[in-house]
Design a protein around this ligand. Structure first.
Ligand SMILES: [Zn+2]
Ligand SMILES: [Zn+2]
Length: 316
């Protein structure tokens, strides 16, 4: 079902807004839907929505505790409102793949069956440590490979990306020079499909569903989303979403890998991080810093854009 192939990714158009988008309840057609795509799922939000569907469908007197206790419908809805608000305030994300199935109860409804997936990020011999997934991507080419995988998450694509990266690494080891690497050296960890209670979620989609309500499923997932929601903000490039001193005088491997080592810009300026905040914004911010240096003015529009982006990613 996938519509892009491995070779097409080099020609993929640069996307303008770089953030994941919430999927509503108005049938899955509102998203580009690929069979092997990885979504992010806000687990408590999806759980609260599903519970509400059960209460509405079965009737509150038929949803009982193990001891046989039933709650009045009004109380149920108060509790579920509270759960939904809490889930928006403190989301807990996991990766999921989703498949559309027809609903048996209504012809205008479909069911999105979401199955939790998890990358194996364990560190051999260190049970209390978890590796960083996207926050450790080394350069723009590696970011492109990782984002390609998010839309085509199969073992075959992972193997292709990993093999190509291994070749680059092997060739670099043969070369003596300590040059910055601009080819992809992304390594895709093993992706496991989980099953059982707490790992499979159902989202009921109806054609007449109210607009703008979030189902808990997010598509168009990109590297900054993964760093914010899965890696808990851990990023090798920056300290706190900005990198300081991007001038060539104060080089560092992150600056070299992202091609900032030839910039001529004052020592004090800090640039918004290309890896965990996003490359488009980082590029624009760089232009803005040059403009500020030459004009002696402040770019307040850029400051607002950065603030909005950080809050969109959940950094406040
Ligand atoms: Zn400096
Ligand atoms: Zn960063």
């Amino acid at each position: 079902m996938s519509s892009t192939t491995f070779d097409e990714k080099a020609h993929k158009k640069k996307k303008k807004t770089a953030t994941m988008r919430p999927m509503g309840f108005g049938a899955a057609s509102d998203a580009k839907f690929l069979q092997d795509q990885l979504f992010l799922l806000n687990i408590p939000l999806a759980a609260a929505h599903y519970m509400r569907k059960l209460v509405n469908f079965a009737g509150s007197s038929n949803v009982r505790s193990q001891g046989g206790l039933a709650l009045p419908a009004e109380l149920w809805h108060m509790i579920l409102d509270e759960m939904e608000e809490e889930a928006e305030r403190k989301p807990q994300f996991c990766f999921a793949k989703a498949a559309i199935a027809p609903s048996l109860s209504s012809p205008t409804e479909t069911i999105l069956r979401c199955v939790r997936h998890e990358f194996d990020l364990r560190v051999p011999g260190k049970p209390d440590r978890i590796r960083v997934l996207a926050g450790n991507l080394q350069n723009p080419a590696s970011i492109a490979d990782f984002e390609y995988f998010l839309e085509n998450a199969t073992p075959e694509e992972a193997a292709k990306i990993n093999e190509a990266s291994d070749k680059v690494r092997a060739r670099l080891e043969d070369e003596d020079e300590d040059k910055p690497i601009h080819e992809s050296i992304a390594k895709i960890p093993k992706l496991n499909k989980l099953s059982g209670l707490g790992n499979v979620f159902y989202i009921l989609q109806a054609q007449d569903a109210p607009q703008g309500k979030k189902s808990g499923l997010y598509y168009n997932v990109e590297v900054p989303d993964v760093i914010a929601r899965i890696d808990r903000g851990r990023c090798w490039v920056c300290s706190g979403r900005f990198i300081g001193c991007i001038s060539g005088r104060c080089a560092g491997s992150a600056k070299e890998m992202f091609g900032f080592d030839r910039e001529h810009i004052g020592c004090g300026s800090s640039l918004v991080c290309p890896l965990c905040v996003g490359m488009e914004l980082s590029d624009d911010h760089l232009d803005s810093l040059h403009w500020e240096e030459h004009s002696g003015k402040r770019d307040e529009k850029m400051e607002r854009r950065i603030k909005a982006r950080l809050s969109e990613l959940g950094y406040n």
